[in-house]
Write a protein that binds this ligand. Structure first.
Ligand code: SF4
Length: 428
């Protein structure tokens, strides 16, 4: 299947994936991203992501372009005057490295980018909060070639903006949500001194809040009826996978997945599922145009294996309601945990271990689509062939397996989780 054009040679909707590190970039590209977004060490939100040095950026662009994948770089801080001193040179270096576009939210940064790197396409960050047609046209007139719309829009509003614009539009379809307008939030700065608008959010919207009366210090009253307190600002995570047919029909140019700070298992796993779901949509449209189109339950079942705070479709059909929030702070456990990543394919793959692997246990290989291939580990050896009773996290080992599998570099191995706990989705 051609991933960039449909059978009428029209561009297909792009799958845009987060790449918080070189390793994550390789993983999400392996699992089918058409484009990735990432941040340099400066001027990017997500200060805690393992952001890219300029040397990393060159490697990222080389790797992505060798696989026909586009690289967009976030320069989406709300800049202060002091930031403007080094910004022009940085933008110039991004152009020289050959990135495919800049993701910007600040009009001043946009102006500088047009001066310094006029050949680079400019994408508007979701932090610019485009919620209406007039605003979208304004940004288009400023030279923006693609707009990531605010997450607070209904499908009908997305459709209206799409119809009014020549520029491309991008829509977030999956990941953590801010309780504020897409990160334009002072909560973290106020409570922890860490500024969300400079990429340093401490995620206090996930904290457990209680009420304290000033004359009774140390006595904490629940804000809600739940005895555990109330996570009053804690939204469930966005998931629009069931709505992909409508997004494609609306002419959305790119669907974007949140999560530069997530691990490779989550990022690779989610990208893999959305790749498969998007391909399913186009296959149905090509094979049976006009037929009712649904996303089979297997896609949601796969998503559930990756862990979540619960899912919401947010504003897609109108304002969110009470059950779109996660008032208990509860996290749905991952039912699987990562075990390793294939570094080199072969009859005995070279694997970097993420969770101890032992001979005799059963694991699962996350192949393309939603194909999971169970296998038994027959032997674990060092790269020079010395047998090991177990391989610990971080080690690189060869695996003998039954059956042998057509491994691919950057594919992930996982095991069924035993016991409770688990990682929920973090924030963008
Ligand atoms: S994650 Fe929470 S605290 Fe951080 S910017 Fe978003 S709403 Fe604010």
């Amino acid at each position: 299947m051609n991933l960039t054009r449909d059978k009428h040679n029209q561009p297909r909707c792009e799958l845009l994936a987060p790449a918080g590190s070189l390793e994550k970039l390789r993983t999400v590209i392996h699992y089918g991203a058409d484009a990735v977004y990432l941040g340099g060490r400066e001027f990017s939100l997500r200060a805690h992501a393992t952001n890219f040095s300029e040397d990393d950026l060159r490697q990222a662009v080389d790797f992505a372009h060798s696989r026909q994948v586009r690289v967009f770089v976030t320069v989406n801080i709300f800049a202060h005057n002091r930031d403007l001193v080094r910004l022009p040179a940085y933008l110039g270096r991004l152009a020289e490295i050959g990135v495919d576009g800049l993701i910007i939210s600040d009009p001043g940064v946009l102006r500088l980018a047009k001066e310094v790197a006029p050949a680079l396409s400019i994408h508007l960050s979701t932090q610019a909060n485009v919620t209406n047609v007039a605003s979208a046209i304004f940004w288009q007139e400023q030279g923006v070639s693609r707009l990531n719309l605010a997450r607070e829009l209904t499908l009908a509003e997305i459709r209206e903006i799409r119809e009014a614009l020549a520029a491309k539009i991008e829509v977030f379809v999956h990941g953590a949500l801010c309780i504020s307008y897409s990160g334009r939030c002072l909560l973290s700065l106020y409570l922890t001194g860490r500024d969300a608008n400079l990429g340093n959010c401490a995620h206090p919207c996930r904290y457990d809040y209680r009420l304290q009366e000033e004359k009774r210090p140390g006595q904490f009253f629940p804000v809600e009826e739940d005895g555990r307190g109330t996570y009053i600002f804690n939204s469930k995570d966005l998931c629009l996978i069931k709505r992909l047919p409508e997004l494609v029909a609306a002419g959305v140019d790119s669907i974007k997945i949140e999560g530069r700070m997530k691990g490779i298992y989550y990022a690779g796993g989610i990208v893999r599922i959305y790749r498969a779901a998007l391909d399913h949509v186009y296959r149905c449209l090509e094979d049976a145009p006009g037929a009712p189109l649904i996303i089979p339950p297997v896609f949601m079942e796969e998503i559930a294996k990756l862990g979540t705070r619960g899912y919401t479709e947010n504003f897609f059909d109108g304002a969110p309601r009470e059950d779109d929030m996660c008032y208990t702070g509860a996290v749905v456990d991952q039912t699987y945990v990562p075990a390793g990543i294939v570094l080199e394919a072969g009859s005995r793959p070279l694997v970097e271990v993420r969770n101890r692997i032992r001979p005799g246990e059963r694991l699962e290989y996350m192949a393309e689509g939603v194909n999971n291939v169970p296998f038994a580990v027959l032997a674990v050896t060092t790269p020079d062939g010395r047998p090991l009773p177990q391989a610990n996290s971080g080690s690189k080992v060869l695996l003998a397996t039954s059956p042998e599998i057509p491994w691919q570099a950057y594919g992930l191995l996982r095991r069924i989780r035993t016991g409770a706990g688990g990682n929920g989705a973090g924030n963008e």
